[in-house]
Design a protein around this ligand. Structure first.
Ligand code: ZN
Length: 211
């Protein structure tokens, strides 16, 4: 069994240069194939997609460690892949900056900071959409639902996110990685619905207008 340093791609772990413990390799051709290992920190499995460098069959990859491994193989991809930073189009500058920081924190596994910045992205959006709005964050999003500015399905998703729930409750303990992932999904969709989608619809309509 070999060990190869790799950044764990699992959300909730993301340990840098962890010694991935290789268990098994599969390669019909020897030239390309995959090797399966697990992260000793979170115990979750990772597949590395490999290509040979020195004519040593990829089927043998799991038997090699460290420099021997790197001399013989190139990692082309992994499954899962680490979380990538997302970009939403047409965001006002300030909201774009805050959302980008949330994404950077999320990609690096800093979940408390990510949750704080996702929350801030939503607060700024609410202020932008409805400057008169008052009250708790959750109630203000629901007010938009009443005006049909937010779809009901999105509210259902919101209800599953603890750190976007009632004020006060979210400060007591760090949110779980799963909770932050759902909150991230909500925030992205909320921003897309509020800014990206209207701009795309407008662009599509502009194309149909006679010259
Ligand atoms: Zn891990």
């Amino acid at each position: 069994m070999g060990t190869v340093p790799f950044d764990c791609p699992h959300v909730g772990c993301l340990t840098k240069t962890v010694g991935l413990e290789l268990m098994y390799s599969h390669s019909p051709s020897g030239v390309k194939g995959s090797t399966f290992g697990f992260c000793p920190v979170c115990q979750k499995g990772v597949i590395l997609y490999l290509e040979w460098k020195n004519r040593k069959a990829v089927g043998e990859a799991h038997k090699l460690s460290g420099s021997q491994f790197w001399e013989n193989y190139r990692i082309i991809d992994s499954a899962p892949t680490p979380p990538a930073r997302d970009v939403v189009a047409n965001l006002p500058d300030k909201i774009g900056m805050v959302f980008d920081e949330a994404e950077a924190n999320f990609a690096d596994g800093r979940h408390m900071s990510a949750a704080t910045m996702y929350r801030k992205s939503i607060e700024l959006t609410l202020k932008d959409l409805n400057p008169e709005g008052k009250g708790m964050l959750n109630a203000r999003i629901r007010a938009l639902q009443k005006e049909e500015a937010v779809p009901d399905t999105l509210i259902k998703l919101l209800d599953t996110v603890k750190f976007l729930g009632n004020e006060g409750a979210h400060d007591d303990e760090p949110p779980s990685p799963e909770d932050v992932e759902r909150g991230r999904d909500f925030t992205r969709l909320f921003l897309v619905y509020s800014y990206e989608l209207p701009a795309r619809v407008e662009a599509a309509l502009a194309k149909d207008e006679p010259e």
